[in-house]
Design a binder for this molecule. Sequence first.
Ligand SMILES: Cc1ncc(COP(=O)(O)O)c(C=O)c1O
Length: 403
Amino acid sequence: MTDQEFGPDYCSASVRNAKPSEVRKVFAMSARPGMISFASGMPELGHLPDDELADIAAGLLRDAPTTVMQYGGSTGEPSLKEQLIEVMKIEGIENAAPENIVVTTGSQAALDYLSRTVLDPGDVVLAESPSYSGALAVFTSNQAEVVHVPTDDHGLVPEELETTIRQLRDQGKTVKLLYTIPSFHNPGGTNLPQERRDAVREICRREHLLIAEDNPYGLLGFGGRVNRAMRADDDNIVYLGSVSKMFAPGPRVGWAVLPDSLAKVFGLQAEAAVLNPSVLSQELVATYLRETPWRDTLTKYQDMYESRAKAMIAGLEQHMPDGVRWNTPEGGFYVWVTLPEGADSYELCMSAIDKGVVFVPGTAFYTDGRGANEARLSFFHPTEEKIAEGTRILGEVFTEALG
Ligand SMILES: Cc1ncc(COP(=O)(O)O)c(C=O)c1O
């Protein structure tokens, strides 16, 4: 490197601390033509009402160009907030006032604003074992330490949460945030029962620990099953919503519902980052939610995803060797697979890729190097036929490697 170059030494501490990830390669492979991807994070868009969406977009540009092509309010457009308030009522949230809502560029951006609002370098964020890789990346790039709390087939285990908080505080650590995905977890595929939601809220209230409830999959329960959001029972929870999975990720619309005490400071972080989210996108989503039968469209997706989940479970049951375990999701996009101790899911993934199937090795969903014998399989993108073929191939690869 010459004196003129801007190499790693020139970069911020958060860039210098970032670990290169082998798993990124896997995400890149998932887009290769012909590959059966159980790694994709892209929702199916085939049921969207394309003509209606084209009319909505054309109508906005024709009838309100000086609004939708202009800068907007820093916390989001009132027309969209009105619709989001209705959407949240489906999961019992009646306590979200417009002034508590900040619209963001996907919920990914909300995770970043939240980190910058409450975290200092070295603060601890508690997350499920495993947890959403995109959130882990945000927390670590904000120089927080992520500690994974044990989970079981139903999600976060309240007693383990309490023990973990106490142990970390006894060690002198500042535990600032519980990041949780109670409904139809990514990547765990779990769905937290109501008693556990209540217990987790109670522990965090007692321990004065802020909860961030991330809920992009809440409306993707099979058979229309919905849970009561944790935010519905506690104004002090930060709730993160997104239209990416219940409508489409293209508009990049997400939102946060903040406690009164954090709404203003969070809004300032959002404004500092982007001034305001796209007005055109927000009005497109608001009109979609206000004027189309979007809940009927959603039902089609729920049914399609449920059939695909069943195809995946059937394929795993038929083809997986002894010693491989998985959970049966009640909604969302993912099945979490646990291989025998000592198995290397990255190696297995590389062998599967050679045979035309890709999935995500479990290490992507931990910050502490765990997950080598775990894997995330997403079922929502490939057709049922492809899922049958893909699980057959995975069965061959796993059986060969695990004996
Ligand atoms: C749990 C979870 N949170 C947040 C996001 C980010 O979603 P978006 O930024 O598209 O709203 C995702 C995307 O896959 C996710 O799975």
